[in-house]
Design a protein around this ligand. Structure first.
Ligand code: FAD
Length: 307
């Protein structure tokens, strides 16, 4: 119920204005967002890399409504990739980027979004790193996977994201568990209707395990994106079972969420990649993080009253 309310607020421009102008917002945002500028994102990336973690950077933005905004997002990625390369952060796949096609214009011009994503893939190739296409709400899944497959013809390292809460995802895992295919598996962060998505936490977790089994048994490169201790333990078990060495799969977690677990896994010898969002359009992202965990609302409220 609370999750639904917060996810509805994530789509409300009125609540967005309220939250963005609240004096507390900057403090709360800092926990989950690495900063607003490319320099701030680079600093966070360097710190994480220094601790032995890998990074995927997301220039925050979604629901882009015009071409100018979409081009600005694309340009921000090109600038970021150059900066990562110059700072020596792209070597050995240390830092890569994650993209939302909606931020590149998918909602109003699918071909433009694809062209923008292609330019970013070319820049990533030049910088010696990879790109992953984030998954958004289910109305975009077919379009995103179609674009992924077309872009992969020229950029085979382009990563996909699949959401375990969608009923279709087991089949998508089977399709994508092929040699060289990088697939991030997450639970899914949007409010989805019953006919397309499992609704209970147990059903979502069971689907995650079934999908993980397919990916870990397959020929691709699984990226297990979760903070859930039970799923991480199952991931460790499957890595042993399927003889997956640390260079043949990775764990992924969000910036600011369970940082001590990120380091524990890394110290155990696993590859761990942290998803680092940055940029001024943090509202939708922050609201999805608050929806995931009621304790985060307490964190937000405590910061409000302590002001
Ligand atoms: P949960 O059951 O939500 O959480 C398990 C435990 O993890 C909690 O009990 C808590 O201890 C901790 N935890 C989880 N979330 C938080 C939080 N916000 N704050 C503090 N503690 C927390 N979703 C998409 O729909 N599309 C994407 O492209 C996408 N990309 C992602 C990339 C990465 C690297 C990660 C880690 C997640 C991504 N997600 C994406 C979000 C994902 O779908 C889930 O919403 C999110 O990861 C929470 O699910 P969970 O597996 O951590 O399990």
């Amino acid at each position: 119920m609370l999750r639904s309310v917060i996810l509805a607020a994530a789509r409300s421009p009125r609540v967005e204005r309220l939250v963005e102008t609240a004096p507390v917002s900057r403090d709360v945002v800092k926990r989950f967002v690495a900063g607003v500028t490319t320099d701030e994102a680079l600093l966070a990336t360097k710190q994480l890399a220094h601790s032995g973690l890998r990074i995927t950077l997301d220039n925050l933005g979604e629901d882009t409504l015009n071409e100018k905004q979409a081009t600005a997002t694309k340009d921000a990625y090109l600038e970021l990739l150059k900066a990562l390369d110059s700072a020596g952060l792209t070597a050995d796949g240390k830092a890569e980027v994650s993209l939302k096609l909606s931020a590149l214009g998918q909602a109003f011009d699918e071909a433009k979004a694809e062209a923008n994503a292609r330019e970013i893939c070319v820049a990533a190739d030049e910088a010696g790193t990879t790109v992953t296409l984030d998954a958004e709400d289910h109305t975009t899944t077919d379009s995103t996977l179609d674009i992924l497959l077309r872009l992969r013809r020229d950029h085979p390292s382009l990563g996909a994201v699949l959401q375990a809460y969608l009923r279709r995802t087991e089949a998508d895992c089977r399709e994508l568990a092929t040699a060289g295919s990088r697939v991030r598996l997450c639970k899914g962060a949007y409010k989805e209707p019953e006919h397309v998505a499992y609704q209970s936490a147990l059903e979502v977790d069971k689907s995650y395990v079934r999908c993980m089994n397919i990916l870990m048994a397959g020929d691709g490169y699984p990226m297990l994106a979760t903070h859930d201790p039970r799923l991480i333990a199952i991931g460790e078990d499957r890595a042993r079972w399927f003889d997956r060495e640390p260079d043949r799969f990775e764990f992924q977690m969000l910036y600011g969420v369970r940082p001590e677990e990120q380091l524990r896994l890394s110290h155990e010898g696993y590859s761990v990649r942290v998803y680092v969002p940055y940029g001024s359009e943090w509202y939708g992202y922050l609201m999805r993080r608050l929806a995931e965990r009621p304790a985060n609302i307490g964190f937000f409220a405590r910061a409000l009253v302590s002001k």
